[in-house]
Design a protein around this ligand. Structure first.
Ligand code: GUN
Length: 283
């Protein structure tokens, strides 16, 4: 029987701290952090994500602007918009919601965002900082995952960690952050042979694949900490990558879906926006 790590509750505490930080920064500088979110196209899932990000910003006392662009926007037009925001002293964070239409090079878009305004932590210089273990803006989901792991009070050092998934947004950076905390890290993916044997060794298991219930209870080591990053729609219900009901009987700690990693990603984005503001306004 395990403890549930509630991202919903933990994120409330973080958002309250961010709100207090914003109030202090307003006193110090006369300004509040301003996040600009660019959404290209009409994808309903992307629209609901960016709406949640905007609402959270406003609730924390920050300024938020959503720029919606038609999916026919050219790559040049989008890059010009980003350059304008890079140079705008009233803007502290720029987030371009991914994925972008196929005619736009995502890497080029990410590289064009000024590093100090890269609230997503996707810019190559911020990615390099994570790999080198240097200070930089951490991508929001991995940052939220590390905050959740630390909230358990369990030691990460020396533990076997298995990250299932090798995306640039979650799998690779979370593996690096676990390594920085001295875990012994394995990254598994779609070509991994005998995933079950690896999973049974894992004291910490991070599932970030996007396949409903792919981690079953027979793959969980007794007492493991399980972080479920998956968000999958099954019969109009949101479920994670882990078979939660069965896995919770073996894990020591487990995150639910929904109410786990998702709210932590938003809370971490708010923290990043404050960090970018401080880099720009107070250094
Ligand atoms: N699409 C899905 N997750 C993310 C994210 O964290 N940031 C951006 N910019 N796009 C996303």
């Amino acid at each position: 029987m395990s403890n549930i790590i509630s991202g919903k509750e933990l994120s409330k505490t973080i958002r309250q701290t961010v709100k207090e930080d914003v109030a202090k920064l307003l006193e110090q500088t006369g300004k509040v952090p301003h996040l600009v979110v660019i959404l290209v196209g009409e994808d309903p899932a992307s629209l609901s994500y960016v709406t949640a990000k905007e609402k959270a910003c406003v609730k924390a006392g920050m300024k938020s602007t959503l720029l919606r662009k038609d999916e026919t926007i050219t790559e040049d037009e989008l890059l010009t918009l980003i350059r304008t925001l890079n140079d705008d002293p009233d803007v502290h964070g720029i987030l371009v919601q991914l994925p972008l239409p196929r005619h736009i090079d995502e890497n080029l878009v990410i590289e064009t965002i000024r590093q100090a305004k890269d609230v997503d932590g996707f810019h190559p210089l911020n990615v390099a900082a994570v790999h080198l273990g240097l200070p930089g803006i951490l991508p929001a989901t991995p940052k939220g995952i590390m905050t959740m792991l630390k909230s358990t009070g369990m030691e990460i050092k020396g533990k076997n960690a298995l990250v299932i998934g090798r995306s640039n947004i979650v799998g690779k950076p979370v593996a690096m952050l676990l390594l920085k905390e001295h875990a012994t890290v394995t990254i598994a993916h779609s070509r991994t042979v005998n995933l079950k044997a690896l999973a049974l060794q894992a004291d910490i298991l991070v599932a970030a694949v996007g396949r409903a219930n792919m981690v079953t209870a027979d793959m969980v080591k007794e007492g493991a900490i399980i972080i479920d990053v998956g968000v999958n729609r099954v019969d109009d219900k949101l479920v994670g990558d882990v078979d939660f009901d069965a896995a919770k009987e073996k894990a020591s700690f487990i995150t639910p879906v929904p109410g786990g990693v998702g709210p932590m990603t938003i809370a971490s984005l708010l923290q990043n926006t404050v960090e970018c503001f401080k880099m720009i306004e107070t250094k």
